[in-house]
Ligand binder design. Sequence first.
Ligand code: DLL
Length: 433
Amino acid sequence: MLNKQYEAMEVKKLKELQRERLKWSLTHAYNNVPYYRQAFDKAKFNPDKFSSLDDLKHVPFLMKQTMRDNYPFGLFAVPMEKVVRIHSSSGTTGNATVVGYTKNDIEVWAEVMARTIAAAGGSEKDIIQVAYGYGLFTGGLGVHYGAEKLGATVIPISGGNTERQLMLIKDFGTTMLACTPSYAINMADYVEKKMPDYDFKKTKLKAGIFGAEPWTENMRKEIESRMGIDAYDIYGLSEVIGPGVSCECSQKSGLHVFEDHFYVEVIDPETGEVLPEGEKGEIVYTSLTKEACPVIRYRSRDITRIYRDACKCGRTLIKMEKVTGRSDDMLIIRGVNVFPMQIEAVLMEIEGTEPHYQIIVDRKGALDDVEIMVEVNEKIFTDELGALKGLAERIEQRIRSALGISAKITLVEPSTLQRSEGKAKRVIDKRQL
Ligand code: DLL
């Protein structure tokens, strides 16, 4: 553990620290950002009177739309001369939002990312290949600064150029890989198809820190066995800081939230009601130390639950469950709520399918129509037609019984679907609702 003082703080003390920092953050936002001043006034919330964590429930939520309405710098709480960096979200759902960082914000970000890498077993002895994209996306530079702060050696290769990635892993003795889980699978596929002499197990690669998109336990198993490494989930969002909001530890069961910098609540996405710990809902973030772009009760749309357990790693920080979907990428198909991850989980359990799929939703007349394109492995594909048909039927049945929807399954040859070097695009929704 990199920073025992905060990561293993006694919970009572931690809550007291959060209360103090929250008061500062609320006041800072109120005094410096017109949006917060108006929103707090309207809700009759006076930050001077804030006294317990529980009071936060009276504060209005910050919606993504408000961030967009204030494009580009309308929610900044410091003058531009204090802002040393700008990032922007990848805009998976609509327009990108813009965030800024002061020197101190960058320092905090490096700290939480250094802790993240350490939680995955990293230290100054490691050589970390950063294959997240560099640029406005927070993945590349986020991991980069964290790795340098830890004292590790950074290979800032950014995303793409798979053959070169693989070559550097071998030649530079990379020990840790940082990229999206879908890109990790993409690398493993590349080796299988194009580099028969390459063997991950003969390289020094021992671990990966994967995130920026949802991925299942089965996908973890697949990455771990094909690359011969330990795969850790890391999570974050640009609006809150970037990667470095939460991460898995050696236990790989839930992601510890860096609660000394971020306060989390889970709410019912329909009513906005705060849910008790352990219940599933939408996670909401409040920054405790951020200077340039404080976020107060930011509705992330990510669905998870939070809980505190006695983790064997020694951290006392609250955990969040792996994020398996967003309330805004939930598909409603003929009235049934479906998350792409549920489809992935079914596919990964069926022998012969590959973790590459695309869900195409369309409307035929008045009804939703779903087609799932699934890649199958070479062996199945070269078998006789009957085997393919049987497989498609099995997938159809499993999807029907697990999710309650009927979908047309189209099996396609290996390597047909477009590969991603960053976040994978799983859903094409052609419905004009
Ligand atoms: O994706 C930050 C990041 C970079 C995280 C590298 C981890 C590694 P955004 O582009 O703003 O920021 O997208 C944030 O991506 O609200 C989630 O819906 C999703 N997401 C991020 N990490 C995970 C994860 C970065 N580990 C949005 N599991 C978030 C599931 C994730 N979803």
